[in-house]
Ligand binder design. Structure first.
Ligand code: PEP
Ligand code: MN
Length: 337
């Protein structure tokens, strides 16, 4: 349920409504802009009488919210959320371009790639240190050493770092060492991990699960937000379908659907959606045209020898060419990098 207040309402009127709701055991989420003031009710509002609320000064309307997600809901917060990562913004008119290898492999590798993607216009460095691999015999990542190398690359380039967490065991290390904590597709419904991340104030990149509906995905965001952390960037990375010529099927419609349902920024990862390097450019361009708030792209200086996902990684030169086109598309969409 949301209580739409008159935009010119006084603080004390807001306070009276807030106290009324809190006395019923509910928590409230206030969202105020120059033209609106909304009190979102979080929790089971079945014991609330909308007619009674309408008698309070400053209350214009009381609306039932159909969706199970509340804090992530655009009705709770009409304007786009903009996530601040150090001096870089993602959301609104700001594109977040996250580029780098699937896995951090060595100091030379990550620093070389970081310098190149930065020169082409990326504003984040991605790189996996803890890797969720299908086979236990595949490269599992450099783990804590990988975080250390990412930090070295950040020191060289200034790019904030995005890397995946797989276990609650390492939350303290990630909070200390990382700028954006990625929750991968396989962990989208690891509710224990989501709850723990909700207690931090770190920006979270929440990827869509392999077979997750948009509603399940937004409910995962809600888990993090319910804990108090509202710094979430969503990432569409393709969903599992019957199609065999691509690794996954990029669900581009998720971009406008999420934008309608939620105020959270949404970026697109064409690399994991496609599974093949030659599909990355067309899908990346389509994502920006569809209104995405950014991209996550796997870039490797030597894809043939990559320890993971070489087949879908583009070379720094191709990334550079792609970025020239992305900048033109961004301008059409009224966005900047
Ligand atoms: C990744 O970003 O390297 C990754 C493993 O992605 P996903 O969780 O989308 O498969
Ligand atoms: Mn990968």
């Amino acid at each position: 349920m949301i209580v739409v207040m008159n935009p010119k309402v006084t603080d004390s009127d807001i306070d009276i409504v807030r106290k009324e709701l809190e006395s019923k055991g509910l928590s409230v989420h206030l969202s105020q802009g120059s033209t609106y003031c909304i009190i979102g009710i979080v929790g089971d509002a079945s014991n609330i009488d909308p007619d009674k609320l309408l008698t309070f000064d400053g209350v214009d309307k009381v609306l039932k919210v159909q969706h199970p997600f509340k804090k992530a809901n655009r009705l709770f917060k009409p304007e786009d959320s903009i996530i601040k990562v150090e001096n870089t913004l993602v959301g609104g008119s700001n594109l977040g371009i996250m580029a780098g290898p699937c896995s951090v492999e060595s100091e030379e590798q990550i620093i070389e790639i970081a310098k190149k993607v930065k020169a082409s216009g990326a504003n984040f460095l991605r790189g996996g240190a803890f890797k969720p691999r299908t086979s236990p015999y595949s490269f599992q990542g450099l783990e804590l050493e990988g975080l250390r190398l990412l930090k070295l690359a950040k020191k060289e380039t200034g790019l904030p770092i995005v890397t995946e967490i797989m276990s609650t065991d390492y939350i303290d290390d990630f909070v200390r060492e990382v700028d954006v904590i990625q929750v991968g597709a396989r962990n989208m419904q690891n509710f224990d991990l989501l709850k723990q991340l909700g207690k931090t104030d770190k920006p979270i990149l929440l990827k869509r699960g392999l077979s997750a509906t948009i509603e399940e995905w937004l409910m995962s965001a809600e888990y993090i937000m319910a804990g108090g952390n509202e710094n979430i960037i969503l990432c569409e990375r393709g969903i599992r379908t019957y199609e065999g010529y691509t690794r996954n099927t990029l669900d581009l419609s998720a971009v406008p659907v999420v934008k309608r349902l939620s105020h959270l920024p949404i970026i697109v990862d064409p690399s994991h959606a496609a599974g093949y390097w030659y599909l990355v450019e067309p899908l990346a361009k389509a994502a920006i045209a569809a209104g995405a708030d950014g991209l996550m792209i796997e870039v490797h200086n030597n894809p043939q020898c990559a320890l993971s996902d070489g087949q879908q990684s583009i070379k720094p030169e191709s990334f550079d060419e792609l970025m020239k086109k992305i900048k033109v598309l961004a301008e059409i969409e009224g966005k900047n990098i």
